[in-house]
Design a binder for this molecule. Structure first.
Ligand SMILES: CC(C)(COP(=O)(O)OP(=O)(O)OC[C@H]1O[C@@H](n2cnc3c(N)ncnc32)[C@H](O)[C@@H]1OP(=O)(O)O)[C@@H](O)C(=O)NCCC(=O)NCCS
Length: 231
């Protein structure tokens, strides 16, 4: 079935205690052909390289929904939106430059964070058992996060507990634009709650878990100015 090209058929806003806007994007179903024309040649070339049509359709739907949400915030028509990669590959709008967003995929959905002032990062993961959570945390978690994780009941530690820590960390790295090029263990983003994140003694980010989403664990992060260190 072909979907109507309205925002709410692709995306719904999430409500909660956070300083940025979050949208859950529905990536299921075939992407509408007329909206594929909105995408750049690079995006269409990348879509064509997916080995499986399911992944290609999810990618196309995500980039169509992204444009529909961005239009609500910056007023720019989907076909006029242009993106450039940052130094470590984080895509950003060329115009308006103060419209910041972040995208993350999990199964048939994607999470999008948007803010019209500060750089943001989001990450979403499908809930699942993580049998090697202890080993992964030694490699990627801050020592204080490893300690917090080790105090959790085994079932939670090898699942949602680990994923909360992981998504918070990845959201921070994506807000900074580094992605996984930066060693994740350097950041103390914690396992729960809304909290400031320091680097070199300065508060650079705020991080939190997303409102509950059945079947998913997700987190957001937003950069902070030095003068806002009370956050
Ligand atoms: C970017 C990265 C964090 C994505 O993590 P992931 O769990 O695989 O994927 P997610 O679904 O959470 O996020 C994917 C989205 O992250 C965004 N992204 C890409 N690079 C990013 C970066 N450096 N910082 C923040 N966000 C980034 C894109 O919007 C991407 O969506 P797209 O594939 O539709 O363009 C991870 O792949 C990474 O850090 N890679 C290392 C950097 C790299 O290889 N860069 C290559 C280009 S120089």
């Amino acid at each position: 079935m072909v979907r109507a090209l309205d925002l709410l058929s692709f995306a719904r806003p999430l409500v909660g205690d956070m300083p940025l806007e979050l949208w859950l994007l529905d990536l299921s179903g075939p992407p509408p052909a007329e909206a594929i024309a909105w995408l750049s040649q690079e995006e269409r070339d990348r879509a064509a390289r997916f080995a499986f049509s399911l992944n290609r359709d999810r990618y196309l739907n995500a980039h169509i929904a992204l444009r529909l949400v961005l239009k609500e915030y910056c007023g720019l028509a989907p076909q006029r939106q242009r993106f450039v990669p940052g130094p470590d590959g984080k895509p950003q709008l060329t115009e308006p430059a103060d419209c910041h967003f972040s995208l993350s995929y999990a199964g048939d959905v994607a999470l999008m964070g948007i803010d019209c002032d500060k750089a943001v990062g989001v990450d979403i993961e499908c809930d699942r058992p993580i049998p090697d959570a202890d080993e992964l945390s030694v490699l990627h978690f801050h020592p204080r996060e490893q300690l917090a994780l080790s105090s959790l009941p085994a079932l939670f530690r090898h699942g949602t507990g680990f994923l909360q820590g992981w998504t918070r960390k990845e959201a921070c790295l994506k807000a900074l634009g580094h992605g996984l090029t930066m060693p994740a263990a350097q950041i103390h983003s914690g396992l729960k709650g809304r909290r400031p994140v320091r680097m070199d003694g300065r508060v650079v980010l705020e991080v939190g878990c997303c409102p509950p989403l059945t079947g998913y664990t997700a987190a957001w992060a937003r950069t902070i100015d030095h003068q806002d260190r009370h956050a």
